[in-house]
Design a protein. Structure first.
Length: 339
């Protein structure tokens, strides 16, 4: 996720809480529940054990493991990458700065093959901002929209892709094959599916978060209908293991189905809240003189109702649901109003 976007979002979120603290941002008749806002993060619910991944040796700072047949994954507990040994060079995917050189150490732990190919899942610096650590002659493959963004951003940490595609691209190196495909802006334009048909492993970054609620505001999805649709697109693949690019464990088909159910629940709850929260009644209370204040109070009341109903079912089932459900409801509600 782009750092500027995150800073803007954090600023907006901070402004919300200031208003809530000042008593301007809530229409609650009863006191707000404990998880009613992101400001309660420090009191967040316990993380269910189902959300935990393998232990990471603090001296190493990363965990590497072969999933099957030369397909490996690496995590630092927050970010995930994959690589494949092919007999003719390593195919690496993404390069998060949080892993940095530990990625190279993880590869060197299991093979002496050099990295010859690098795939970008998408353009965001938090996932590929360490890409310049790979050799200059590495072949970099990405979607054409990712290349366009990287040309625009002109960031030396994220070298420009040397091979691009629009719909599908099959990469075969040595004894390994990856099928890359683009099915729409699931997270941002250019975010691709990375599929290993032999190993039955599928990677899609910043959309599904096994065991956890997505990062805030539907993981900052640029296009909410496309984000929701991506859950069905994932389930169309024949895979056993899913890699979401974040947090500490691998995913399964069931994880994808669970998040799909959670997102559709929130969509239904946001739809219902838009129908039932009375705009005119809030206007009578707040006044119609300052439309921005009126909309601020109204939209937050809608998102809060959506969050309260959603959390009654999902609190404790997905880690972090108490932290980010309000923000997801807020994003969904605005999509329902506008898209
Ligand atoms: Zn991203």
């Amino acid at each position: 996720m782009d750092r500027t976007v995150i800073l803007i979002v954090l600023g907006v979120v901070a402004a919300f809480f200031l208003l809530i603290l000042l008593g301007l941002g809530t229409t609650h008749k009863s006191p707000p529940s404990e998880e009613s806002s992101l400001v309660m993060t420090s009191k967040a619910a316990a993380i269910p054990s189902s959300a935990r991944g393998p232990a990471i040796d603090p001296k190493k700072g990363y965990f590497v493991e072969e999933i099957r047949d030369g397909f490996y994954w690496v995590t630092d507990g927050v970010y995930q990458v994959i690589f494949l040994t092919t007999g003719e060079g390593v195919i690496a995917v993404d390069a998060p700065p949080s892993l940095g050189q530990n990625y190279l150490k993880a590869i060197a732990e299991v093979t002496t093959e050099p990295v010859t190919h690098l795939i970008y899942s998408h353009s965001h610096a938090d996932h590929i901002g360490a890409a310049s650590m790979f050799p200059n002659n590495v072949t970099i493959i990405a979607h054409e929209d990712t290349k366009a963004k990287l040309v625009r951003d002109n960031d030396p940490r994220r070298p420009i892709p040397t091979v691009t595609f629009s719909d599908n691209y099959t990469l075969t190196v040595g004894n390994q094959t990856l099928e890359l495909s683009y099915k729409g802006p699931s997270h941002e334009p250019g975010n691709i599916f990375i599929y290993a048909p032999h190993q039955k492993v599928l990677m899609l970054v910043d959309v599904i978060f096994p065991g956890w609620t997505p990062f805030m505001f539907l993981a900052l999805a640029e296009d909410v209908p496309a984000y929701i649709q991506a859950h069905d697109q994932v389930l169309e693949f024949d895979f056993d293991t899913f890699i979401g690019g974040h947090l500490g464990r691998l995913g399964t088909r069931q994880d994808v189905s669970i998040q799909r159910e959670y997102i559709l629940d929130m969509k239904a709850n946001a739809t219902d809240a838009l129908k039932t929260i009375d705009f005119a009644a809030i206007g009578k209370k707040v006044g119609f003189d300052n439309p921005w204040l009126l909309f601020d109070v109204y939209l937050k009341a809608v998102a809060q109702k959506c969050a309260d109903v959603t959390l009654a079912k999902w609190r404790g089932r997905l880690a972090g649901a108490d932290v980010f459900t309000f923000s997801h409801c807020f994003r969904l509600m605005n999509s329902l109003r506008l898209d």
